[in-house]
Design a protein around this ligand. Structure first.
Ligand code: S3P
Length: 173
C-alpha cells in the first residue's frame, strides 16, 4: 500500500510519516527533500530564488509521477501539492490512499514560530492564514480520510492512521 500524508505546513506530516513507516516497515519519502535533491538546492528559499514557485510545483508533479507505482511507502508531501490535481491523481494510482492531517491555524502558527525550516510561503501570518483558508476545502476534498491533530501526539495520530489502514486492508481482502 502507498500512503500519502497531505496537510498545511506545520501539521506534523514528516514526524507522523516517519513513525508510520517505522510501524509498518515501509519506506518513507519526504517530498520536500526530494524536491531539494532534484533542483540541487539547499533549502526551499533557494528553490524559490532559482525558479520561483513554478519550479517547486513542476518538480512536485514530476516526483509524484515517479511515485505512481510505489508499494509499501509512506509519502510526506509538501503543503502545496493540492494546488495541482494531477499530483493527487498520481498519489492515488496503484491503490494509494491520501490522508489529511487537519490542524487549526492557531496551532500551526505556534508550531511554525518554533521551527527554523525556511518556508517562503509562511513569511507573513495574515497571508499564510488566507492561503490556509483557501486550501482547507482542497485538502478535505482530496482526502480519503481526515485526522484532526490539535492536542494530539504524533504517536496517537500514527495509531489512528494504523487503525484506518487496518480497516482498509480488511475491506479489500
Ligand atoms: C509549501 C510547503 C512546504 C514546502 C514549500 C511550500 C506550501 O512543505 O513544500 O515551502 O506551499 O505549503 P511543508 O508542508 O512540508 O512545510
Amino acid at each position: 500500500m502507498k500512503i500519502a500524508l497531505i496537510g498545511f505546513m506545520g501539521t506534523g506530516k514528516s514526524s507522523v510519516a516517519h513513525l508510520l513507516a517505522e510501524s509498518l516497515s515501509y519506506s518513507c519519502i519526504e517530498m520536500d527533500e526530494a524536491v531539494l535533491a532534484k533542483t540541487h538546492c539547499k533549502d526551499m528559499a533557494a528553490v524559490f530564488a532559482k525558479g520561483g514557485e513554478l519550479l517547486l510545483r513542476e518538480t512536485e508533479i514530476a516526483l509524484a509521477r515517479e511515485y505512481r507505482t510505489l508499494e509499501e511507502t509512506v509519502i510526506s508531501t509538501g503543503g502545496g501539492v493540492v494546488l495541482n490535481k494531477i499530483i493527487l491523481d498520481y498519489l492515488k494510482e496503484n491503490g494509494g490512499i491520501v490522508l489529511f492531517l487537519e490542524t487549526s491555524f492557531s496551532e500551526i502558527q505556534k508550531r511554525i514560530e518554533h521551527d527554523e525550516t525556511p518556508r517562503p510561503l509562511f513569511q507573513n501570518p495574515d497571508q499564510a492564514r488566507t492561503l490556509y483558508e483557501f486550501r482547507l476545502p482542497l485538502y478535505r476534498n482530496y482526502a480519503d480520510f481526515t485526522i484532526t491533530t490539535d492536542g494530539k501526539t504524533p504517536e496517537s495520530i500514527r495509531d489512528e492512521i494504523l487503525d484506518y489502514v487496518k480497516s482498509q486492508r480488511e475491506l479489500h481482502q
